[in-house]
Design a binder for this molecule. Structure first.
Ligand SMILES: [Zn+2]
Length: 319
């Protein structure tokens, strides 16, 4: 599977929902697939590093050398799930095959879940698998700035409805084309955090475009070529960093209308992850590739017991 880094539709991942159902009729088929994703270079025993194993009747991998039994779902978001894995696979297909994503209510409907809370918890588990921990740095010409999103009272003490500063970095591939994006919450607007964010997300040697705020000018001493328009003096500030401006407006529209009318501030960073996952794969030739990528990341993501998630927020569904 994916020996050259380019998974193939119909070979490494299903192309259609019908194919998905044929490939994954039961847990055994799902476990086999997860094992290929998790142990892409072959099974490795976590106890003795042995590579030889056989499958037990409970669907575990037993090490031939030391007898240790390993579950392919242990330590992943599927850890101890009581739902058939084929239902998880269907959920992931549904979530990745819709260009703009789905609401918990939509997931509840399509999977026939009895409770909204279950669908909500699933969405959040999947969202936490949407950002690759080892993702690459942005390169080339990159626009960096802040925008503000939110503005809804959450009803929690102390969590007022102030807008939240979100830092945006986006690759400018050409005058008409954007590349990849990175998003992060800022603790406060207009601080050095934005410089740190640029440093954490952009490869040295890149060209960074900003609005020319004084603090951003230190990027020139950090291994970047710093370009800036005069954002403060410009008649229309959106012309200075058009890429950031476009991302900001797309993000706000997505948050407000498509699915997350009631995003809680505490959950916002995970919604930013979902938006990033979708935006950076917007040109994928096959939606099945997103299914593959999300599953690949899901088996490398720590389990997310419901207790660690914040309580459900009922969301308007305007799709
Ligand atoms: Zn072993």
């Amino acid at each position: 599977m994916e020996s050259d880094g380019h998974p193939v539709a119909g070979v490494d991942y299903p192309q259609t929902y019908q194919q998905l159902q044929r490939w994954f009729p039961d847990d055994a088929a799902c476990l086999e697939y997860l094992a290929r994703l998790r142990w892409s270079a072959g099974f490795v025993c976590p106890a003795c590093a042995g590579g030889e194993s056989w499958r037990t009747r409970q669907g575990l991998w037993m090490c031939r050398a030391c007898g240790r039994k390993t579950s392919v779902t242990a330590g992943t978001i599927f850890h101890r799930t009581r739902t058939p894995l084929s239902t998880w696979f269907a959920a992931i297909w549904f979530v990745t095959s819709q260009k703009n994503g789905v609401s918990a209510l939509g997931l509840q409907r399509v999977l026939g879940f009895g409770s909204y809370e279950t669908a909500w918890a699933w969405m959040h588990k999947l969202r936490r698998a949407m950002v690759r921990p080892d993702r690459d740095l942005l390169t080339g010409t990159v626009e960096v700035d802040e925008t503000f999103v939110g503005g809804r009272a959450s009803g929690l003490a102390g969590a007022s409805s102030d807008k939240v500063p979100v830092m945006v970095a986006v690759e400018r591939v050409s005058s008409r084309k954007l590349g990849r994006v990175r998003l992060a919450l800022a603790a406060a607007p207009n601080t050095l955090e934005l410089v740190e964010f640029a440093q954490a997300t952009i490869a040295p040697g890149s060209t960074v475009r900003t609005d020319g705020a004084r603090m951003m000018r230190r990027l020139a001493d950090m291994g970047y070529t710093h370009e800036y328009g005069n954002g403060y003096a410009a008649e229309d500030p959106t012309t200075v960093l058009p890429g950031v401006h476009l991302i900001a407006s797309l993000l706000k529209r997505w948050l407000i209308c498509t699915l997350h009318y009631g995003v809680d501030d505490a959950q916002l960073r995970y919604y930013l992850d979902e938006y990033t996952f979708r935006f950076n794969r917007r040109t994928a030739r096959s939606r099945g590739l997103l299914f593959y990528r999300l599953l690949q990341q899901a088996v490398k993501t720590d389990p997310q017991p419901l207790a660690t998630l914040v309580r459900p927020v009922y969301q308007a569904d305007c799709t």
